[in-house]
Design a binder for this molecule. Structure first.
Ligand code: ADP
Ligand code: 5GP
Length: 230
């Protein structure tokens, strides 16, 4: 059975970096390339990061019920085409969706078995730094993404796994552990020693294990909001 993994994160947390790394080391994992009406950024290519379409093309796809979910993010449409799930099922692969919190909620409603993962930045300052260092967005866009991030991170506790992307190699290992632990659980076979270790590692990304780590991250966003309000 295909496992659908949902990954959400505030823009700039390092989600694309993490997903790209993990796709190279975990086999049998398809990636759903979303459709969007936003223009390509940097070196993005049509069909690789996204399918870039016009608003009217996107709306026509909505009419034809071609999306598993879709949402409006930063003033643009983004959507997951149904065909990616069909293809993953046909090939016996799992499917990774990089979608926002609205899309994640829609998928969870349609596919309650989907496994959700939320990526958090180490704190607001590091998120701002990463957005700047990426060098892709204008200052006004960065500021808008930071405001949206403060809102989005409040949804972290709705996700089954939470990962703080501080040191990249560690985050890649944690994400890999979550994917493999879920595969082990879904396999129906009793876990061996290696699987048990992986499951234990993945459990470190549960809310109950990570709550203390998350508090200062949330505070860094909340206090920035308070300062702005004064
Ligand atoms: P997202 O997909 O969440 O918008 P990106 O993957 O584009 O974010 O990452 C934003 C920037 O942060 C990029 O310049 C990336 O190289 C950098 N980055 C990602 N993960 C880390 C990390 N763990 N430590 C330091 N920088 C990182
Ligand atoms: P970006 O423009 O930075 O690539 O993405 C902006 C946001 O849109 C991110 O939070 C990303 O996860 C989300 N996103 C990308 N594709 C989809 C999609 O198909 N559906 C939904 N709901 N969100 C998406």
């Amino acid at each position: 059975m295909t496992i659908v993994f949902i990954i959400s994160a505030p823009s700039g947390s390092g989600k694309s970096t993490l997903v790209n790394e993990v796709r190279q080391i975990v086999s049998g994992l398809d990636f759903s390339v979303s459709y969007t009406t936003r223009p390509p950024r940097g070196s993005e290519q049509n069909g690789r990061e996204y399918f870039f379409v016009s608003r009217s093309q996107f709306e026509s796809m909505i009419q034809k019920d071609e999306f598993l979910e879709h949402a409006e993010v930063f003033g643009n449409y983004y959507g997951t085409a149904r065909c990616f799930l069909q293809s993953a099922e046909e090939h016996g692969h799992d499917l990774l969706l990089d979608i926002d919190v609205q899309g994640a909620a829609q998928i969870k409603q349609k596919l309650p078995q989907a496994v959700s993962i939320f990526i958090l930045p180490p704190d607001r300052q590091k998120l701002e730094w990463r957005l700047r260092s990426r060098g892709l967005d204008a200052e006004v866009v960065i500021q808008r993404r930071l405001v949206t991030a403060s809102r989005e991170i409040e949804n972290y506790s709705k996700y089954e796994y939470i990962l703080v992307n501080d040191r990249l190699e560690e985050s890649v290992e944690s994400l890999k552990a979550v994917l493999l632990a879920e595969r082990a659980k879904h396999s129906g076979k009793p876990p061996g020693e290696t699987e048990m270790k992986t499951i234990k590692k993945a459990e470190c990304c549960r809310l109950s294990s990570i709550e203390e780590r998350v508090k200062p991250i949330l505070d860094s966003f909340r206090s920035a909001g308070t300062q702005k309000a004064h």
